[in-house]
Write a new protein. Structure first.
Length: 145
């Protein structure tokens, strides 16, 4: 019985000390500081891929429209004429336009996706022409698709 009293008198500390807890919080903070920007970059690339897929779809519909109407669908109503609606992942972050506003000889078009949200601004403007030329302009420099 004397031994059990001694063991209870010198009880072992349970739990974590404040220093151990602060070290764990610091490690989590460092991991978050590294992970969050990487995750945001991943999301930005995913939204860019959605916009690229949509403007490629617009270009394909333009080629079909050219066969039927002998001109491209141009101007503000071009997407409606092609029966296309931008998905929300694109329309929330990009403004998609088809230029020129009037028919040209020979027929031509350029589909442009301009970033409208601040999170997509670093990604630049995406363009695709009737010849298949693709650009991603960031600060006036083509960074490639």
């Amino acid at each position: 019985m004397a031994q059990t009293n001694r063991e209870s008198a010198v009880a072992k500390p349970r739990g974590f000390s404040l220093i151990e807890l602060m070290i764990a919080v610091a490690i989590v903070g460092i991991l978050v500081a590294i992970a969050v920007p990487s995750y945001q970059n991943h999301l930005r690339k995913g939204r860019r891929a959605d916009a690229q897929a949509f403007i490629t779809q617009v270009a394909q519909r333009q080629q079909q429209y050219l066969l039927d109407a002998r001109t491209y669908a141009l101007g503000g109503a071009a997407l409606a004429e092609l029966s296309l609606v931008a998905p929300t992942s694109v329309s929330d972050h990009y403004a998609v336009t088809v230029t020129p506003a009037a028919p040209t000889v020979p027929p031509s078009f350029t589909v442009t996706a301009t970033p409208t949200s601040t999170v997509q601004q670093p990604d630049g403007t995406l363009t695709l022409t009737n010849t298949g030329a693709k650009e991603r302009l960031v600060g006036g420099v083509d960074k490639g698709w």
